[in-house]
Design a protein around this ligand. Sequence first.
Ligand SMILES: NC(=O)c1ccc[n+]([C@@H]2O[C@H](COP(=O)([O-])OP(=O)(O)OC[C@H]3O[C@@H](n4cnc5c(N)ncnc54)[C@H](OP(=O)(O)O)[C@@H]3O)[C@@H](O)[C@H]2O)c1
Length: 427
Amino acid sequence: MDDLKIAIAGLGTVGGGTVTLLHRHADLLSARVGRRLRLVACAALEKPANLALDAIPFYSDARVMAKDADYDVLVELIGGSSGIALDVVTTALGRGRHVVTANKAMVAHHGQKLAELAEQAGVTFGFEAAVAGGIPVIKALREGLAANRLSQVYGILNGTCNYILTTMRETGREFADVLAEAQALGYAEADPSFDIDGVDTAHKLSILTSLAFGTVVDFAKVHVEGIRHVSAFDIRSAEELGYRIKLLGIARRTEDGIEQRVHPCMVPIRSSIGCVEGVFNAVVAEGDFIGRTLFEGRGAGATPTASAVVADILDIAAGRRTPTFGLPAKALAPLQVAPMEQHRGAFYIRLTVLDRPGVFADIAAALRDEEVSMEAILQRARAPGETVPVVMTVHDTLERSMTRAVERISAIGEVVEPPHLIRIEAF
Ligand SMILES: NC(=O)c1ccc[n+]([C@@H]2O[C@H](COP(=O)([O-])OP(=O)(O)OC[C@H]3O[C@@H](n4cnc5c(N)ncnc54)[C@H](OP(=O)(O)O)[C@@H]3O)[C@@H](O)[C@H]2O)c1
């Protein structure tokens, strides 16, 4: 069979890893699909000196490569939800060429349109590397679990956040301190907001939701909260209560629609997701025939992400094709998202309170009036007349009731800081 001709746009972390993998495993890859995978063009702002690219035509303008080069597959590894990445991808699809990308931001914002373009052209739009790096979770949801009706998919989808939360727990240090160290070590970006504010997790979750529930990718409907407000105190308290704090993306089928939410969660220490530490990612899917299944591994980095990119290229080389999001693009349903105020779950509440007689009775009354039932209370030290941190957990309740109870508690004179909530998930 003819060689599969590959053009790569972007030669940074993932692009470099992909070039290295194609080179190092050339014989293994061709044995798997019965044809050679041949790099025929590459593009970046500058040609990196450390990659074996001497004989490969280099383009300093990726748009020109996408438009003019002779390739079968364009691999987009530049990044960004639109701009040049979207331009080169739409150009390639418009020319009837396959596309592979690791770009979750672009898939989250333009996945539906790109899936339609790919289908019209009869080509593949592959994005295995866009979610959870090296973990083959796209293929698992779209193909391996396709026989199931899924009830939920959730996971730790951002290694930077999981590294920060793990290090905070292990060292007892505060968020800002650990973030600064992660930046110095290169584990967090100079501008870390996409990671720590939950946006990156939300991009990935919106893709998982589509695959799990056969709905259009709808990033705008993700409820997003990040980890900036998680304190060392919260992490210690969680530990005492038998929980770990994780930033989770959760997509769950409910009677009110599909919940699609990203926020810090307390999960039981011994739950499978609670044990996933450091830069590792994990995704759990629950289906009616499979039950619960967990995928864990490296969610980023040059080699794991290249592994996923090349897996998509192999499918193309072998002629294996499935609809982009598991169903024909036109058959994907609009996402009926469940309103957050209808969410039901348990909560952790951290209060800073002036320790005066009667204040706890007032807090308990605020909860009772909104039909919120307290489960446990931890008061670290009694210092009459001084402020003390107080931690409570409450049983499953409606988010709306919890919000109202918190408003009432905030109005109590002795509550000196806004109450801080973390949802508890009993996985
Ligand atoms: N890094 C990871 O672990 C990881 C994991 C999963 C998914 N991803 C996704 O993979 C994609 C690439 O990430 P990365 O970490 O590899 O990024 P990166 O290291 O910053 O590399 C980006 C590459 O794109 C090139 N580039 C930037 N602007 C360009 C332009 N206008 N024209 C041509 N080339 C241009 C850069 O060229 P110069 O080097 O010459 O500036 C560089 O080679 C992103 O969508 C990211 O979200 C990354």
